[in-house]
Design a protein around this ligand. Structure first.
Ligand code: 48H
Length: 257
């Protein structure tokens, strides 16, 4: 016999337990796009307690859409090792030196491998603010996405984290929310967000690794958020840099844990 109330309790017990465990994470990653997923995997691989908060219903960010909605991404030679790590198959393109992968396979495998390593991905959860103590980021403030969309005046919950990664893509949402607080400056030339430059894949991909770093004590940027914060050019649907940026931010954080 199947009992309706037991189904409800099974969901509540596990879902609430997972959320409760997330309140004390070593690393919180905001955004389950390719850079956030890659970062989470490389951290969790070393047994670090990682939570990703993802605003959308489904993880993947801009990856599933490939280029203009065709389910294909391009990866350059430097990104092939990461594709191998995730078991993502690739083809050598007729354009020499460029490799293609299925964007849906890539997304699915990033998500699956991250979860296999123990990453907690909590979807439909928007990070709406950061916590700062003694001039250091020490956590994030979360709310349910449908509550935010309905613009209901409902208070959020606080999540403690030793390190936070802004992997929210072009919008750099965590960094923007930090800058709304008075007298806070980033570790960038202007002290604020430099703003993404026009499309130039070579330069964008070249800069992404040096742009991936700590921008405020205990707050790191990865992926397009790093590009936007440091004012590098956008690079379109070439994804090697996103995956490498995730790996790099994981390395930087591991050195401090
Ligand atoms: C919780 C949030 C919040 C929030 C946003 O955009 P993404 O895919 O980000 P990246 O940097 O991993 O990858 C960028 C890539 O997809 C891309 O757009 C490229 C390469 N563009 C180049 C170009 O020239 O255009 O994922 C960010 C994720 C999304 O899933 C958002 O829903 C999520 O972050 N998010 N989650 N709280 N406040 N804001």
């Amino acid at each position: 016999m199947i009992d309706d109330i037991k189904i409800s309790n099974a969901i509540l017990r596990r879902g609430l337990k997972e959320l409760q465990e997330a309140t004390d994470s070593e690393v919180v990653i905001v955004g389950a796009g390719p850079s956030g997923l890659s970062a989470s995997y490389y951290l969790a691989k070393d047994n670090i307690n990682v939570t990703i908060f993802e605003r959308a219903l489904k993880p993947g960010g801009g990856m599933p859409g490939g280029g203009i909605g065709l389910p294909v991404i391009v990866v350059q030679k430097e990104g092939l090792e990461i594709l191998g790590e995730f078991g993502i198959s690739h083809q050598s393109s007729e354009e020499k030196g460029y490799y293609t992968a299925d964007s849906l396979e890539s997304t699915a495998k990033l998500v699956a491998k991250a979860i296999d390593k123990g990453v907690r991905i909590i979807n439909l959860m928007t990070v709406e603010d950061v916590m700062v103590r003694d001039d250091q980021v020490c956590g994030v403030v979360i709310n349910r996405t449908p509550i935010k969309m309905a613009e209901l005046l409902i208070d959020p919950l606080s999540i403690r984290a030793r390190f936070v990664v802004d992997a929210t893509g072009h919008d750099t949402e965590v960094v923007k929310t930090l800058l709304k607080r008075k007298n806070l400056k980033l570790n960038t030339p202007s002290g604020g967000i430099e703003g993404e430059g026009p499309m130039w894949a070579e330069e964008g991909e070249k800069n992404i690794l040096s742009d991936t770093r700590e921008v405020f004590p205990n707050l790191y940027v990865a992926g397009m958020a790093a590009t936007a914060v440091f004012g590098s050019p956008r690079m379109g649907p070439i994804f090697g840099g996103m995956l490498l940026s995730g790996k790099k931010v994981a390395k930087l954080i591991k050195e401090r844990l």
